[in-house]
Design a protein around this ligand. Structure first.
Ligand SMILES: *[C@@H]1O[C@H](CO)[C@@H](O)[C@H](O)[C@H]1NC(C)=O
Ligand SMILES: *[C@@H]1O[C@H](CO)[C@@H](O)[C@H](O)[C@H]1NC(C)=O
Ligand SMILES: *[C@@H]1O[C@H](CO)[C@@H](O)[C@H](O)[C@H]1NC(C)=O
Ligand SMILES: *[C@@H]1O[C@H](CO)[C@@H](O)[C@H](O)[C@H]1NC(C)=O
Ligand SMILES: *[C@@H]1O[C@H](CO)[C@@H](O)[C@H](O)[C@H]1NC(C)=O
Ligand SMILES: *[C@@H]1O[C@H](CO)[C@@H](O)[C@H](O)[C@H]1NC(C)=O
Ligand SMILES: *[C@@H]1O[C@H](CO)[C@@H](O)[C@H](O)[C@H]1NC(C)=O
Ligand SMILES: *[C@@H]1O[C@H](CO)[C@@H](O)[C@H](O)[C@H]1NC(C)=O
Ligand SMILES: *[C@@H]1O[C@H](CO)[C@@H](O)[C@H](O)[C@H]1NC(C)=O
Ligand SMILES: *[C@@H]1O[C@H](CO)[C@@H](O)[C@H](O)[C@H]1NC(C)=O
Length: 535
């Protein structure tokens, strides 16, 4: 049964935003100091003197965003594809997201893979007596947002069938049809055929909807058809194919973030080496992307892949901060000579991103729709190598990867994933940045106001993740609260006054789908049925 699609309440990060805004405005060019006086019944008068000159120079990149696939922030979140489990990626989902429509049986069918990467399809078995239109639905990420807009939809099909296929958007509880679109197909049993089409929809009042694919059951009675890699997109951000969800990317854009740190975060690391984030399996046609079991306990489709992150950066005018896998997974760590193949993999990734279109990997990038090299100025080596057993081997792994990158791309700024000198080389190379992450209670975050005052001025940092959490429960508590927001604001003033060395900072996480929350709280929340977004 679908849950309620109404939000029960929202706490805004009002305090953070208000203070951040004021302090940004405070860097304006007025000549005189302003004195503010505040009084109320319970407090003594307070005079605040704001100097408009002097102070440490602010980094132009100070406030950016950090993204990793978690809480369905990407699949079911900012990525535009709205149907869940569309390629049966990972090992845990089974038939999640699907339901039979009419008198048919549906099952995940590994006997008919649509590609090497997408190793299952959906078999729809039609009993002998069926006369009506039948098929299946996909209920999305706890619902499909249905708006007044033009949708793009795509599917692959196998089995003998000539005639009409009907795609619909339907209210799951109401049964109301918001869109119904016929296309004529000519499918056979020898190869999967790809169909894509577009149609208009009217708006549904809530997100409790499903996408349906129906066909004439009489033509298939006693037999079956297979369908694979079903997709549905509402209009995307900057109208990109396989792009971001327009409504969600739109509010992220309003933050005017200066950089994007991606693709993790824990999620780059992998629970095991085998399930690490591998760049070369997140590029090119979706039919070639296998997806993976992720660190956050649900499969990733990787439809939001390496190139999509970089289109996102370019469309939102953000500087990419690319993390590369550095030998540490949660289960196992490779270092020393065994790191060699992974160093080559990083070189290949960088050739894919930065090489000319006639280089081996640059050619692949051009084939995938990007002729000109991307621009990468910052690369982070791993994620949180002071945790989960990484510390001891990080100096070795860091230096091997640093040398690999720096020898080929000396102008790229390298970021270490820890600030703990015990986990860093004894004499780190000059010109690197250190990344420090912290999630704290309100009192702790306020107490860390002066954390960066004492940082050596020769050792610049990024605060790749920070946030206040109600830590009274291990997973956090869903909503933010004013005290937390104020503590973040206090802490952010500490970041700003030290922005000569605090080069970048990102509140994290950026986004969560409220129907799949594992960690709270994030900057933005997608409502439980995926149809609305709140801050
Ligand atoms: C603000 O207060 C300071 C200290 O009392 C005083 O020197 C200064 O003139 C005041 N500035 C304005 C604009 O009133
Ligand atoms: C639906 O969108 C179209 C095109 O943008 C617009 O002309 C129309 O007024 C919209 N209809 C409703 C009911 O909002
Ligand atoms: C779509 O096809 C079905 C089945 O043939 C038919 O009943 C329906 O009228 C068609 N709809 C449109 C808009 O043509
Ligand atoms: C079967 O469909 C495939 C894919 O659309 C097509 O290439 C092929 O020619 C078809 N085969 C027959 C026998 O119609
Ligand atoms: C089919 O898909 C391509 C991208 O793969 C897209 O550019 C095109 O607009 C789609 N066509 C229709 C009719 O939706
Ligand atoms: C779909 O909507 C678009 C935008 O409103 C409009 O231009 C187009 O004609 C519509 N298509 C159909 C088939 O109604
Ligand atoms: C991606 O690279 C890894 C090596 O890191 C390799 O094992 C794998 O086969 C490659 N995948 C594809 C699709 O090329
Ligand atoms: C790639 O193109 C450049 C300039 O057009 C040329 O100088 C270079 O030799 C080419 N490299 C390869 C590997 O073909
Ligand atoms: C600049 O940074 C230094 C070192 O943290 C700090 O002591 C000083 O107060 C900062 N200056 C201003 C005006 O905030
Ligand atoms: C933190 O969450 C707990 C519930 O788990 C709640 O009782 C407490 O009031 C929350 N603290 C704040 C400051 O909101």
């Amino acid at each position: 049964m679908m849950g309620s699609c109404r939000l029960i309440g929202v706490a805004l990060l009002l305090c953070t935003w208000t203070v951040a805004k004021q302090s940004q405005e405070g860097t304006g060019s007025a000549q005189k100091d302003d004195n503010y006086t505040a009084t109320n019944d319970n407090s003594a008068p307070l005079t605040l003197t704001v100097l408009k000159e002097g102070g440490n120079q602010s980094s132009p990149l100070l406030y950016g965003i950090m993204f990793e696939e978690m809480d369905h922030s990407g699949d079911g979140g900012i990525h535009g594809q709205l149907l869940q489990n569309n390629g049966f990626q990972g090992t845990t989902l089974g038939l999640t997201g699907y339901k039979a429509i009419g008198d048919v049986d549906i099952l995940e069918d590994t006997a008919y893979p649509v590609s090497d990467a997408i190793a299952s399809s959906l078999a729809v078995q039609v009993p002998i007596a069926v006369q009506s239109y039948v098929g299946f639905a996909n209920t999305g990420y706890k619902g499909v947002p249905v708006i007044n807009a033009t949708y793009q939809s795509e599917f692959w099909m196998l089995g003998d069938y000539q005639g009409t296929v009907t795609l619909q958007l339907v209210g799951s509880a109401s049964g109301i049809t918001y869109a119904s679109h016929n296309l004529t197909v000519d499918s056979n049993l020898s190869h999967f055929t790809r169909y894509n089409t577009s149609f208009n929809s009217t708006a549904a009042p809530d997100g409790n909807n499903e996408w349906r694919l129906l066909f004439d059951g009489a033509k298939v009675a006693g037999s079956e058809l297979n369908f694979a890699l079903v997709q549905l997109f509402a209009p995307t951000y900057h109208s990109r194919t396989n792009g971001l969800r327009g409504d969600i990317a739109g509010v992220v854009e309003e933050l005017h973030p200066t950089f994007l740190r991606f693709p993790g975060g824990n999620n780059i690391e992998g629970l095991q080496i085998e399930s690490r984030w591998t760049w070369n399996e997140t590029i090119g046609p979706l039919i070639n992307r296998p997806g993976r079991d992720s660190d956050w306990w649900y499969p990733n489709t990787d439809a939001l892949g390496l190139d999509e992150y970089l289109w996102w950066c370019e469309d939102m005018d953000m500087v990419p901060v690319l993390a590369v896998w550095d030998g540490k997974s949660y289960g196992e760590i490779v270092s020393g000579p065994e790191l060699q193949p992974y160093l080559e993999d990083i070189s290949n990734e960088l050739e894919y991103l930065l090489g000319p279109a006639n280089s081996t990997y640059g050619k692949l990038r051009a084939q995938n729709g990007r002729e000109d090299p991307w621009r990468i100025d910052y690369i982070e080596i791993g994620n949180e190598d002071d945790y989960t057993g990484g510390c001891e081997t990080y100096p070795d792994r860091f230096m091997q990867i640093y040398n690999t990158i720096h020898s080929q791309y000396p102008s790229i700024t390298i970021i270490a994933s820890t600030i703990d000198e015990l986990c860093l080389p004894v004499s780190p190379p000059s010109g690197i940045l250190y990344d420090y992450h912290y999630y704290r209670s309100p009192d702790d975050l306020v107490a860390m106001f002066d954390l960066w005052d004492n940082q050596p001025r020769s050792q610049p940092v990024i605060v790749g993740e920070y946030g206040c959490r109600n830590t009274s429960e291990e997973e956090g508590v869903f909503w933010s609260f004013v005290q937390a927001s104020c503590s973040e604001a206090v802490h952010m003033i500490g970041l700003e006054r030290n922005s000569d060395i605090v080069k970048m900072a990102a509140y994290a996480p950026l986004l969560q789908h409220f129907g799949y929350t594992q960690w709270s709280v994030g900057t933005f929340i997608v409502a439980p049925c995926g149809d609305r977004i709140v801050g």
